[in-house]
Design a protein around this ligand. Sequence first.
Ligand SMILES: Cc1ncc(COP(=O)(O)O)c(C=O)c1O
Length: 403
Amino acid sequence: MKLINKSQKLEDVCYDIRGPVLQSALALESQGESILKLNIGNPAPFGFEAPDSILNYVAEHLHDAEGYSHSMGIIQARSAILSHAMSHGFSNINLDDIFLGNGVSELIVSTTQALLDNGDEILVPSPDYPLWTAAANLAGGKAVHYICDEAADWTPDIDDIKSKVTTKTKAIVVINPNNPTGAVYPLEILQEIAKIAETHQLVVFADEIYDKILYDDAQHIPMGSLIEKTLCISFNGLSKAYRLAGFRAGWAITSGNKALAKSYIEGINMLLSMRLCANVPAQLAIEPALNGKQCIDDLRLPKGRLYEQRELGYSLLTQIEGISCVKPKGGIYLFPKLDPKRYPIKNDEQLIHDFLMQEKILLVQGSAFNLNDNQHFRLVFLPEKDQLTHAINRLAHFLLNRF
Ligand SMILES: Cc1ncc(COP(=O)(O)O)c(C=O)c1O
């Protein structure tokens, strides 16, 4: 019998955040086990509700969302994004530079598909949010990983980036605030990246979906406010700061030297037209979200749930012998390091799998983020304090028994 195989295009495509370990977790659930899922940044199931004002607005206007919209998105949403971006340092942009997608995820896939020819290279951070590597490979390109240095608070290593630019390099991805590390990059680093991109005319893909989830004195500087001589595409959406991951509402902004990129932007527009439009009810949520009260501030400032859970998670993890962690300045994740002398791990996926089977708690191994040192894992600090404490205590117990 002839088997039905996946296409060869998928050969180098990997998205292990929802990979084999999750499959084991789902199998356990189907046997009636309850799994504490600390594997994805999905705020709503942990009680982080979206503002009522946004939900009510969408409900009241649902009748306006029955038809397809313009392929780039509804004007109200794009106008709100435009004003918001201009008030955050973007210049020389207009409505035609704003396009909406079914989450940032869809736009990552479209913008890489539209840019990359077979063999083209794209610089992607390591560790990364792995959709970038997967999307680049799916498009026929090659993700070339640049180092983010844990010893320097996970900031990108500028010399490493410079050494990896070749004649085939077409773009660089900057994830700031970073998933999985929680780093928020200082101005000097962003300026250095901008300089490299402008010198080599690389497209800058700035994934800034955590730009409003900042702690302590962290300041987010949008890449779109720094780039002039090459094309920058900035990505953002409602999934995190507005706790509306299920709506699948995201957007992208083209800025910088758009004249260079006329053909590429036409290509993106063609792909957007092919999928007709993004989900229209979810597009309705964008304007009230951006123009309403930014209640993420109540969560990320001292006494807020995110702030307090970050403090607790960081403190409990770093009390475990042989675990260190750069304290996240943004986002919703902790990305600790297991000292290889204390924990000689040969296969981090196996470790996370065994932890799941024993404790029914789901984490993600560092290698799922294209960091292949077998020394890291990512934990989402969204659960309430008692659940977080339970998870980290069980992890300590598991590690101390095993090693
Ligand atoms: C860095 C980063 N970019 C993009 C996404 C995807 O966002 P969306 O829900 O808008 O597709 C995520 C989701 O976790 C993310 O962490």
